[in-house]
Design a protein around this ligand. Sequence first.
Ligand code: FES
Ligand code: FES
Length: 156
Amino acid sequence: MNVVLIINNKKRKVDVKPDEFLLDTLRKIGYTSVRRGCDTSSCGLCTIWVDGKAVLSCTYLTVRAVGKSITTLEGVREEAKEFTGFLADEGADQCGYCAPGFIMTVLAMEKELDNPGDEEIYHYLNGNLCRCTGYKGQIRAIRKYLESKAQRGEKR
Ligand code: FES
Ligand code: FES
């Protein structure tokens, strides 16, 4: 069936199956930042936004997203770039496989939570798995990123 999806503010006509998930749809039309890990809603690698909220695309039916706004990492390059610098500075970017889903979750958290503490950050990131880093560097990177934005008078 043909559907029209709004991806990163652009309309795309796509041929999809009724039981197809967004992860498969997005990758097949070139949004390769969206990564596949567990395929069972357990690892967070496939995180994207639908209407600005983080969702797991491996279990989100594509037809449910018709008429909604889908955002992938390709659509938030500028926002992601600054945070990626903090990840690198803290040694939290190793193999990088988890990074796109992790970044989408952190940027969603930034929009959603005001001045989150460590507990809130851990809670929000629960479900975004990384097999390389042990998470300490990632948490340091998030804190420094949020502090830097607060110092500049930007949100958080
Ligand atoms: S691939 Fe979607 S949560 Fe793991
Ligand atoms: S940096 Fe390798 S899985 Fe996270």
